[in-house]
Design a protein around this ligand. Sequence first.
Ligand code: NCD
Ligand code: ZN
Length: 346
Amino acid sequence: MIDNITITRPDDWHLHLRDGEVLADIVPHTARRFARAIVMPNLKPPVTTTTQALDYRQRILDAAPGHSNFHPLMTLYLTGSTSAEEIRLARASGAVQAVKYYPAGATTNSDAGVTDLTRVYPILEVMAEEQMPLLVHGEVVDAQIDVFDREAVFIERVLLPLLQDISGLKIVFEHITTRDAVELVKKTPQRLGATITPQHLLMNRNAIFQGGINPHHYCLPVLKREEHRLALVEAATSGDPRFFLGTDSAPHARDAKESACGCAGMYSAHAAIELYAQVFDEAGALHRLEAFASFHGADFYGLPRNQDAITLVRESWRVPEHFHFGSSELVPLGAGQMLSWKLAVQ
Ligand code: NCD
Ligand code: ZN
């Protein structure tokens, strides 16, 4: 049995860090494990300009002074008024690596999102020209559509037309949760990639109801049936370069989760690479972890692969029940449970 594994330092291609005093509590978790992270722009108000993205980037760096090798990669939030000039500025800055599309109302802080993607097609053409990837939250918001079907319906209604209409655009189908999404990515040419979260690899939708309703297992897209989880594990561990690591770690204060109307989002940054290692280990595919975690995303974005390495050891450790989160508390994924892989202290 393999008892340790050294891999090129990984990157997290989908991460929520929030802003303000909580940054200092959470950024170090990511910075300890990852070299780079694509930082989501769904702040209140959203990050819509390059200037805002650069300021936010500096606040993130200031929150992890001991981690000078950590590089946040910034994103802009696509709105109905995003301009071509802003896209060119973003590209020229070198600090902004992507633009995020939230269907209006789809998830946490998405009210400023776009209602009809075809209205911003001219901007997407500019993004294609500038080789700026579009990151999509792939769920329709139609109240008629069952919450468990929103990703599959998004493929038909939005993603397939988009792939046809804007031919040169690189797209990342973020946090995929269904067999339908896996199959779409597999059959589409190289410009469509997909991130997969640890929670969608580890849990099916029963986890939301196990032992009573569990708000800490609620995220968007919501957990799906076991058959979908198995399709995701197969995709992540297959070695196919279009699937890569993106945690979607999304911290919310305990009282915002444990509430009559609990927020969507799971926090996994405290043990992200360890959780993926567990999935790959259980699938007998530890030898494929490095490509999924450290190569495929960088290659997709056209960025260099990292030079240094991390080591994971097979050693059980207990996840803390909670972390500080500014003046509140944060309950992490796997709180109080034992994990089987541990990051070696460097
Ligand atoms: C994210 C958040 O809290 O910002 N929540 C989530 O459940 N994943 C937003 C998102 O990525 O949908
Ligand atoms: Zn997200």
